[in-house]
Design a protein around this ligand. Sequence first.
Ligand code: SF4
Length: 430
Amino acid sequence: MNIIDKTLPSAPASGCNDRPVLHQRGQHEVFCGLTGIMWLHRKIQDAFFLIVGSRTCAHLMQSAAGVMIFAEPRFGTAIMDERDLAGIADMHDELDSVVEKLLARRPEIKLLFLVGSCPSEVIKLDLGRAAERLSVTHSPSVRILNYSGSGIETTFTQGEDACLASLVPSLPAEPENAPDELMVVGALSDVVEDQFDRLFKEMGIDTVRFLPARLADDMPAVGNNTKFILAQPFLTDTARALKDRGAELIQAPFPLGAEGTTAWLKACADQFGISDEIFHAVTEKPKQRAERAVAMHFENLQGKTVFFFPDSQLEIPLARFLHQELGMKPSEVGTPYLNKTLLSADIEMLPEETLLSEGQDVDLQLERCREEKPDIVVCGLGLANPLEVEGITTKWSIELVFTPIQGYEQAGDLAELFARPLNRRTRLEV
Ligand code: SF4
C-alpha cells in the first residue's frame, strides 16, 4: 500500500455534465497499480507479469495473492537491489537474464508483461526499450509488453487500464470490409463474460469479443468496424488507445444491477440494430430475476446513507446502483480520477444533493465523513479499521473489484454485499 502526497492531474473538462466537482489534492491512501495483477493473471491464462521492483512490491503481491503458493504463480518480482539502484550492475543485462531463465522454465508463457514499479520509475529504467529488445529475441513464441503499476503514477485499478492500453497496439487489424464487431472491454470474471456472451448471441449479435481474452493468441482484432463498450469504468487510456485504432465507443451506464445491466445491453442492441421486441424477449426474464433478487434487500437498504472514499473508480456506478435500485442516499461519492465523459450516464442518475469529489485530502474527507455520520462507508482497507473502531460500518472497496458484480445474475449478490455489513452491525447493537 502506498500513502503518498502527490499532485493529481486536473479533471478532464470533456463531457456534457456540468455538475460541480470538489477537487482535492492532498494526501491520499490507495493501493498502487500492481494490485491489478491479482485479477489479470487469473484472466489471461498464458500471460506472466514480471514486476521489476523492490522487496516491498514482492511482499505486497505475496501477501495479497498468498493463495497462489499452492500453484505455479503467473507473476513474480525481479527484485532490484542496492547494486542495481546504485548503477553498479547493468540493469538491462540482469533483466535479460531473468527473462531468459523464466521463459526457459515456463514454456507455456505466451505473453509477458514487464511491469514497472516505484523503484524502476525512480531510476528511470526504460522498460519500453527492454520490452522491444526482448521481443526481438523471443518472438514469435512470446510477445513482450510493458506498463507501469507504480504507486507514483497509478492507483489501484489503473493497473488494469495501463495493462490493457499496452495490449491495444499489438491487437491484430480487422480487415477493411469486416462486419461490425462488438468488443467488450475490461476484465470480467469468466462466469459474467459467459452470461453476457450468451445474451448478445440470443439477441443476434454474433460477433462479440472480449478484451482481455483468456488466451494471448485469442485477443480481438480492432479497426473501423469495431464498436466497443466498457465493462469497467476505469479504462480511460484503453478507450483512448482503441479510438486511436479506429474503434467507436458505445456509451452507457455500467452494467451493475437490473437497470444498469439493461441500459448497458440496450446501448449495444441499438448500435447493432436489434429490435425492441427481440431485446425485450431476451432480457425480460433475467431482468425480472435480477429485480426480485435486488428487491430482497430493498427494505434493509432504502433510505440508508452511503459515503464513498476514493479507491477503485467503481464508486460512481455503484452509487448509481445503490440510489436508483435500492433507494439509498449517497452523501459523498469520491473517486480517484473522474472521467465525466465515460461516466456521464451514471452521474446523471445521481441525486442533486450528492457531493462528487475527485482525488483526496484524507483528513478533510474524514472530517466530512464524521460530520455526515453515514450508515455505511465504502473505502480502502487502510481506512476501514479505524472507521469501524469509531462505530462506522464499512465495506472494503477492493472486495467489489474481486467479486463478480456485473450483470443480471449477480445483481442480488451486489445488493447483499452492502446489506450484510449493515445487518451485522444491527445484530451487534441488539
Ligand atoms: S509499486 Fe510502489 S507503491 Fe506499489 S508496492 Fe512497489 S514500492 Fe509500493
